[in-house]
Design a protein around this ligand. Structure first.
Ligand code: S3P
Length: 280
């Protein structure tokens, strides 16, 4: 007998001790067999996912099919209706789906996707959507810089000046270049420095998102977080600054995508198509 606090614990062998241990071993073996089956099924599943991607590429079909994803989830939810483990199994499938997307992304984009363009061109929105569709990591440069400096972008500009902020952008781009399969949303001015563009291109493809000054204006008119737009917040002011930057943006871009009058999924599909065409 062993004392455990105030409780006496009696180590009593089960009546049919040997039999029980044998059963336990048997269950463990069965569990290991289940794991083996899961490994085989997952490997097979990844292989099929790769075939689907190759098929879509070969026949020029849209790579992004959010509706198909929803259909897949609904099918499983129905199948698991009434199952004691519905939540747990769906949880596992969330990881399986994410991994499937990652396999697809690694194959399609063995580099970083770097989004550049004027303020309000849709970089952040597109970045988030692309990252979700391919389970890639998204990096919002402005947010990361503000987080590191513990200061908003306007405050950084006001306290330390634009040059200081631009240097932080360069430093971050150098860091990110060491990673792969990121979707990076750059601040609107990041591509204006030659050095930055060189860092972007070391491990990335540069996608320029463009929009008309009117559309940009409608997107930024009610915000106050862009110091560069101070005194320029009108379609004309925006058009002038855009024109000043146009040459540098275009020189930096591997591909240019117009975003006017397009939905986010449409823009993302176009990006995917154009990027994959680059590898043909
Ligand atoms: C800037 C764009 C901003 C931000 C900063 C400077 C620019 O990023 O980096 O205010 O010079 O165009 P967004 O394009 O994400 O607004």
């Amino acid at each position: 007998m062993r004392k455990f606090g105030n409780i006496d614990i009696i180590h009593k062998k089960p009546e049919t001790g040997e039999q029980t241990m044998n059963d336990l071993e048997k269950y463990r073996e069965q569990l290991a067999l289940c794991d083996d089956k899961i490994i085989d099924a997952l490997a097979e599943r990844n292989g099929i996912a790769e075939k689907i991607t190759a098929y879509k590429e070969e026949y020029g079909m849209p790579i992004l099919q959010p509706r198909q994803e929803e259909k897949q989830r609904r099918r499983l939810e129905e199948k698991l209706e009434g199952s004691k483990y519905k939540k747990e199994i769906l949880d596992v499938f969330d990881s399986i789906w994410k991994n499937g997307k990652r396999v697809q992304a690694k194959k399609l984009f063995p580099y970083n996707i770097v989004l550049i363009g004027f303020m309000g061109a849709g970089k952040s929105t597109v970045c988030e959507y692309l990252a979700r569709m391919f389970a890639m990591k998204s990096v919002e440069m402005d947010q990361m810089i503000a987080g590191r400096e513990q200061m908003s972008i306007p405050d950084i500009f006001e306290t330390y000046g634009e040059e200081y902020f631009r240097n932080l952008e360069t430093k971050l781009l150098v860091e990110l270049q060491a990673e792969s399969s990121l979707v990076i949303s750059c601040g609107g001015g990041a591509a204006l420095r030659e050095r930055n563009v060189a860092e972007m291109k070391k491990n990335g493809r540069v996608v320029l998102l463009s929009a008309s000054p009117e559309v940009i204006y409608s997107r930024v008119k009610d915000t106050d977080d862009r110091p560069v737009l101070k005194g320029r917040k009108s379609p004309e002011g925006i058009a002038r600054l855009m024109e000043q930057r146009r040459e540098k943006y275009e020189a930096a871009a591997d591909i240019v995508i117009r975003t006017d009058n397009k939905s986010v999924p449409e823009i993302c599909e176009e990006i995917v198509q154009r990027l994959t065409e680059m590898d043909e």
